[in-house]
Design a protein around this ligand. Structure first.
Ligand SMILES: NC(=O)c1ccc[n+]([C@@H]2O[C@H](COP(=O)([O-])OP(=O)(O)OC[C@H]3O[C@@H](n4cnc5c(N)ncnc54)[C@H](O)[C@@H]3O)[C@@H](O)[C@H]2O)c1
Ligand SMILES: O=CCCC(=O)O
Length: 503
């Protein structure tokens, strides 16, 4: 019997991937209190199912189980770990469509886009697999002639992972895959809005043949998350907290972990500038902006948020963008294969976009297309169409606009005119965040100058998408610390041990 309490236009090939229980030590459990929390469909806010709401005690148990598993899993030879990661990836690929459907159901992401998300998620596992056997140390010439120094890399132990709703497959494979590939065990708390993808990944993990307790999923309600986070930060068996989510929560958890000097990886919020210089290819820049701004309906940490267009081309750029927006974004049911633009994940998200839109308009920005639909014309309670505004030259200071100070996390693009390169860089860097930045120019010396001047972890030059498993993903400033993916992806989850030999 399906756990889904509503009708959806999709038939699962393997309905056993859908479960409402947590996964601890290879067992599927309801938690000590048998309490549950509701998971809603963002397309209509209807109930999908009720999922096990675990407690701090349950989390403590999961950490102990993961620790016990670590004591043997850490000895698993690299080649064996490699085959296990490969098998997990292959099994996910074989269940690609069902997993995408689960993502569509709980995140409201259009089905075709969810397929891309599954592929993005498995790309990390495939990448980690290639790195496992070369995760070695170094030989260091010793100043004392009768000494020899070598380093080895060892896994850390239990890694606690906390993940967000906005990318419920890739944010799990990106951190958990790396931790497990490096020989650690994991307890993961997925976001309360999207626990079903994490549960399904647990089911597929189980089938890959890993020892019990290597990957554990602890589901919890929004109200219970702080308690689970407290256990993860305070339990001495946890050696590393890997968090992806908002900056305020990340700062808090980082502070808690500092009390026991736990290692942390913090992938936090962004506020990406997107600059179109006067010599840019406007077609390419408009396409890049659509990708960067409207991917996942604007709900990614690397989405363009502050869009600067040189004052001499802003009129032409607006026209090109408007035309391309009308052609490339297809709104409709998230189950329709043609749809590539869906609702926001919740009414909370709608409220924020509305606040940013009203704020921009109150400061003089002109609405060109989109806007908040009236309830009778909307495609569901959480739907906002691609919305474009232009700030006329000379009106209120752009630094005061709400989106200049915090990420909108929605499909709202306000074009801001600028005059000089220095002005564009100054505005771009005028934020506590520092995750991604994008710019379009044809001038090679400007490419280097601007790329070096932007205070961020990732720069896109003439591209609207930088995310890729082989690129080190992460930010500076309040966007976090540490990198996921890229060349040092597994090193993040190891400790270096130096061994000095006397001859
Ligand atoms: N830098 C990146 O790689 C990256 C990737 C995706 C999302 N993000 C950021 O994530 C944010 C959106 O995600 P969100 O709204 O789910 O963020 P959030 O911080 O509200 O929640 C993230 C996770 O933390 C949990 N959580 C919340 N309070 C907690 C606490 N006190 N203790 C323990 N866990 C707690 C939530 O339940 C969820 O699982 C955006 O700011 C976005 O930019 C960053
Ligand atoms: O939202 C943040 C992650 C999205 C990505 O990896 O591109």
């Amino acid at each position: 019997m399906s756990i889904i309490q509503k009708d959806i236009p999709y038939e699962f090939k393997d309905a056993s991937l859908l479960d409402t229980r947590s996964f601890i030590g290879g067992e599927w459990v309801n938690g000590s209190t048998n309490k549950t929390f509701a998971v809603l469909d963002p397309e209509d806010d209807e109930l999908i199912c009720n999922v096990a709401d675990l407690t701090r005690e349950d989390t403590k148990h999961a950490i102990e189980v993961a620790h016990k598993a670590f004591l043997t899993y850490r000895k698993t030879p690299p080649r064996e770990r490699r085959w296990l990661i490969r098998k997990w990836s292959d099994i996910i690929k074989a269940n690609r469509e069902d997993l995408a459907a689960i993502c569509t159901l709980e995140l409201g992401k259009p089905y075709t886009e969810s397929l891309v998300t599954v592929d993005y998620g498995t790309s990390f596992l495939d990448w980690f697999e290639t790195r496992i056997e070369s995760l070695g140390g170094e030989t260091i010439p010793a100043a004392r002639g009768n000494n020899r120094i070598v380093t080895i890399r060892q896994p850390q132990g239990v890694v606690a992972a906390i993940t967000p709703w906005n990318s419920p497959i890739a944010m799990i494979t990106r951190k958990i895959g790396a931790a497990i590939a490096a020989g650690n065990t994991v307890v993961c708390k997925p976001a309360p809005e999207t626990p079903l993808c994490a549960i399904a990944l647990g089911k597929l993990f189980e089938r890959a043949g890993f020892p019990k307790g290597v990957f554990n999923v602890v589901t919890s309600s929004a109200e219970g998350s702080a308690d689970i986070g407290a256990e993860m930060c305070e339990n001495v068996l946890v050696k590393h907290l890997s968090f992806t989510g908002s900056t305020p929560v990340g700062k808090f958890l980082n502070g808690e972990c500092a009390k026991s000097m736990k290692r942390t990886s913090m992938e936090l919020g962004g506020n990406a500038p997107f600059i179109v210089f006067e010599d840019a290819d406007l077609d390419g820049a408009a396409e890049g902006l659509i990708t960067s701004k409207f991917r996942s309906s604007g709900q990614t940490c690397v989405c363009a948020n502050r869009i600067l267009v040189h004052q001499s081309v802003i009129g032409r750029f607006k026209g090109v963008l408007q035309e391309k927006l009308g052609k490339s974004l297809i709104l409709g049911s998230v189950w329709d294969r043609k749809t590539n633009f869906g609702p926001l994940y919740s009414s909370k998200a709608v409220e924020k976009v509305k606040r940013h839109l009203e704020d921009a308009q109150s400061r003089g920005a002109e609405l060109i297309m989109g806007g908040i639909p009236k309830s009778e014309e909307g495609k569901g309670p959480n739907f906002i169409p691609p919305t474009l505004l232009v700030q006329p030259k000379g009106s209120a200071s752009r630094e005061e606009m709400a989106f200049s100070k915090e990420e909108t996390f929605g499909p709202l693009a306000t074009l801001l005119p600028f005059g000089t390169e220095e002005e564009a860089i100054e505005y771009s860097n005028n934020t506590e965040a520092g995750l991604a930045a994008y710019f379009y120019t044809q001038d090679m010396s400007r490419v280097w100058r601007v790329a070096e001047a932007l205070e961020v972890g990732m720069v896109g030059v003439r591209v609207g998408l930088v995310s890729a498993c082989e690129m080190p993903f992460g930010g500076v400033g309040e966007s976090g610390a540490g990198r996921e993916g890229g060349g040092s992806c597994l090193e993040e989850y190891t400790e270096v041990k130096a061994i000095t030999f006397g001859l």
